[in-house]
Design a protein around this ligand. Structure first.
Ligand code: G3P
Length: 216
């Protein structure tokens, strides 16, 4: 199971990367806009911090624009994966870019049929948004179960990248279902490694250790 950080913030990336278990980064136009930097420059700074797939999103409304943007982004750095939205135009662009050996992350996926279409177009990653489905009263993780089952049935090579993760339970369920990647905000990454009994145990061990005579 791979862990990606869903951010364009360099401090957050540096901090999480220092744990040694960060495999990649996902960005989107909203996350990039928060950083106030030139798009390409911010992407290159991210690429310098993490040696893994870095998703960068296209914003053109039509396939030809997405293809042009995708080629430009892919040329910036070998680790950049081009994000295309799961629209009719995004699907066309995915097919063309994938055919040219450019890795595509099909984003804004909210249904199993959309995931199948993305896989058939040659997507490298497919990004179902679980939190946003939960927000409207659906169970986002049921979609992950369906997509993983369908992809396994047909041996699709497209990796399932669980996005819009809001809590550690999403990550645990993704693992139980066999999803390939979870992308999450830094807050969830931190929540994953914490447990109050671990802190309590460390505290007690330190207190007891202070009573042990040692040769200095
Ligand atoms: O980057 C895509 C996705 O993870 C966005 O999550 O929290 O804005 O629904 P969120």
């Amino acid at each position: 199971m791979k862990f990606f950080l869903d951010t364009a913030n360099l401090d957050e990336i540096r901090d999480v990367a220092s744990t040694g278990v960060l495999d990649g980064i996902t960005t989107n136009p909203t996350l990039i806009s928060k950083e106030g930097n030139v798009f390409e420059d911010q992407l290159l700074k991210i690429c310098a911090l993490v040696d893994g797939p870095i998703s960068a999103e296209t914003v053109s409304p039509d396939a030809s624009g997405m293809v042009e943007e995708g080629r430009h982004l892919a040329k910036l750095h070998k680790n950049i994966v081009v994000k295309c939205p799961m629209t009719r135009e995004g699907l066309k662009a995915t097919k063309i870019l994938s055919g040219q050996g450019i890795r595509v992350n099909v984003t804004l996926v909210f249904s199993a049929p959309q995931a199948i279409m993305a896989a058939k177009a040659g997507a490298y990653f497919v990004s179902p948004f679980v939190g946003r489905l939960d927000d409207i009263g659906h169970t986002g993780m049921e979609l992950i179960r369906d997509i993983v089952t369908i992809f396994n049935n047909y041996d699709f090579k497209t990796e399932v990248l669980v996005a819009s993760i809001r809590n550690p339970l999403h990550v645990v369920q993704a693992g139980l279902m066999g999803a390939d990647i979870c992308t999450m905000p830094a807050k969830v990454f931190d929540q994953l490694l914490k447990h109050p009994l671990t802190d309590k145990g460390v505290d007690q061990f330190m207190k007891d250790w202070a009573k042990v005579p040692v040769i200095k």
